[in-house]
Ligand binder design. Structure first.
Ligand code: UDP
Length: 491
């Protein structure tokens, strides 16, 4: 058993957020709403318990949520707790996959015993740290039974925060919920990313709290023109002969070459990120992200005759390039499928006619430095004319949030997380069938031709994110839930 206490950087502070352009009203609103819940939580410690400190877009904001809660006056601790038994990891990974609808076979009585036994051990480790007035928040299925045991032993209020889910039930999801349900009964409250993910068994105790992005993170902060071009150059994404003040990144982006290997991103030519209409999807290399139909859809757009296009629009489609970017699979240990998915896309690319292939760029983004990776994603999103997230299935789709915050036009799919963020025709566009390349081609064609629409969707999208999906909204949501949880005990 191990308990880890991850580092929580205190900065940026709320004052620093408030000084950033356009963030002051959100910070003020948070401060206004915070005083009452903070009073209700006085004298208690909130324990955030998860099984991993990194990985996944959602985990990125938890340290920031903890830091802001602390700054507002809520004593908050975060612990990462892991069992040592590899069979427990394998089991919880299966449960996780099943909650996403994947068939992982039957969960047996032996699995139940293993889950309960390991969780009880973890609860024993944590129990001495938790005071009688504290609140325990358990993140995700892996430590779900730990909160249950702590509640039983200490009588403390517990909340279960679930970051995963599927908008429909399948035999696999049903089985996974049946497995977890006995361990969730003692939780006073459960918190889901989306209403669509709440299973029937938890309907009476579920609230919804969407995830959020940090507007001052490397991935989302505003970039002045010199910073933007500097990042592109240092990441090897832009060819220039001009001298530079900064040094190249230690690890640079790599691009699929005609011979099937990965080489410099500026070979065989400059991508044209600053000059061409760029259609971008940046995601993990996962089949469910819908890269393959997007590639096919873009290829059809390029191959279409476009006789009825106006001159300016015809040129825009002619010049457009598709950039598909994702983490270098060699740098992501817990994602063995990524390399296979990327290889499939490389094959699909090689099968395209040379003229179309030239305008489709596959990029591997190095993961060695999270900061530099975040800056690359940030810069690429800012260069895009249209950001696509063509997911067949999606937890929430933080890439959509990130792009909308940057006032980009987004083409999304019907996945629940994406529909929660994009209102078709107001904050972006949604394609009806993410697996239909014809529809994708038609949607891209229409979006590329509609300059005014793109500007309006981007503006409206940023506005939605500012109100609902920045860290300030999430912290406010946490405060409300925590104060409600604290209320019965203090009355
Ligand atoms: N991402 C990244 N580097 C990459 C590709 C993706 O940092 O090379 C980030 C992306 O910007 C987003 C997160 O990974 O913040 C993915 O979150 P999302 O909710 O879109 O999907 P998930 O991967 O959690 O299914």
């Amino acid at each position: 058993m191990s308990i880890e206490q991850p580092d929580i950087p205190a900065r940026p502070t709320l004052d620093e957020y408030a000084r950033a352009e356009r963030l002051a009203p959100m910070v003020d609103a948070l401060r206004d709403h915070a005083s009452e819940p903070v009073r209700a939580l006085r004298g208690r410690t909130v324990w955030m318990i998860s099984s991993t400190a990194a990985g996944g877009g959602v985990a990125e904001t938890l340290p920031r949520v903890v830091a802001v809660l602390r700054e507002l006056g809520v004593r908050t601790e975060w612990r990462v707790i892991q069992g040592r038994n590899p069979a427990f990891f394998t089991l919880t990974k299966r449960v996780h996959n099943m909650l996403h609808g994947r068939d992982e076979g039957d969960l047996t009585e032996a699995d139940r015993e293993l889950f309960a036994r390991e969780s009880a051990g973890m609860a024993e480790e944590l129990a001495p740290h938790v005071g009688p007035d504290d609140i325990v928040v358990i993140h995700d299925p892996q430590p779900a039974a730990v909160g249950d045991r702590l509640q039983e032993r200490l009588g403390v209020p517990t909340i279960w925060r679930c970051h995963v889910g599927l908008e429909r039930s399948t035999p696999s999801t049903d089985a996974a919920w049946r497995f977890l349900e006995p361990h969730l009964r003692r939780y006073g409250r459960t918190l889901f990313t989306l209403r669509d993910y709440v299973p029937d068994v938890l309907e009476d105790r579920a609230s919804v709290l969407p995830p959020s992005i940090d507007p001052l993170s490397h991935k989302n902060r505003d970039l002045d023109l010199d910073k933007l071009t500097g990042i592109l150059r240092d990441a090897g994404l832009l060819a220039t002969e001009h001298p530079a003040i900064t040094l190249p990144f230690g690890h640079r982006a790599e691009r699929l070459q005609p011979d099937g290997t990965f080489g410099p991103a500026t070979s065989p030519d400059d991508i044209g990120l600053l000059f061409r209409p760029i259609v971008l999807q940046v995601s993990r290399w996962d089949r469910l992200k819908g890269f393959a139909p997007l590639l096919e859809g873009f290829a059809r757009l390029k191959a279409s005759s476009g006789e009825d296009r106006k001159e300016r629009h015809r040129r825009r489609v002619d010049h457009a390039r598709l950039v598909l970017a994702g983490p270098d699979p060699t740098g992501v240990q817990d994602d063995p499928e990524a390399a296979a998915v990327l290889e499939e896309l490389c094959s699909a690319w090689r099968a395209l006619p040379e003229a179309v292939r030239r305008d489709i760029v596959l990029l591997r983004l190095p993961m060695a430095s999270r900061k530099q990776n975040g800056l690359m994603v940030n810069a690429l999103q800012r260069c895009a004319c249209v950001v696509v997230q063509n997911s067949l299935q999606e937890g929430f789709g933080l890439t959509v949030t990130e792009a909308l915050w940057k006032e980009r036009t987004v083409l999304g799919s019907q996945a629940a997380g994406i529909r929660a963020q994009i209102e078709d025709g107001r904050t972006g566009r949604l394609v009806a069938d993410a697996e239909d390349p014809e529809q994708i081609a038609a949607a891209l064609d229409a979006m590329l031709s509609d300059e005014a629409g793109r500007a309006a969707w981007g503006r409206n999208g940023r506005d939605t994110v500012a109100r609902r999906f920045l860290i300030f909204a999430e912290v406010q949501g946490w405060l409300e839930v925590l104060a409600k949880t604290a209320a019965p005990a203090s009355s």
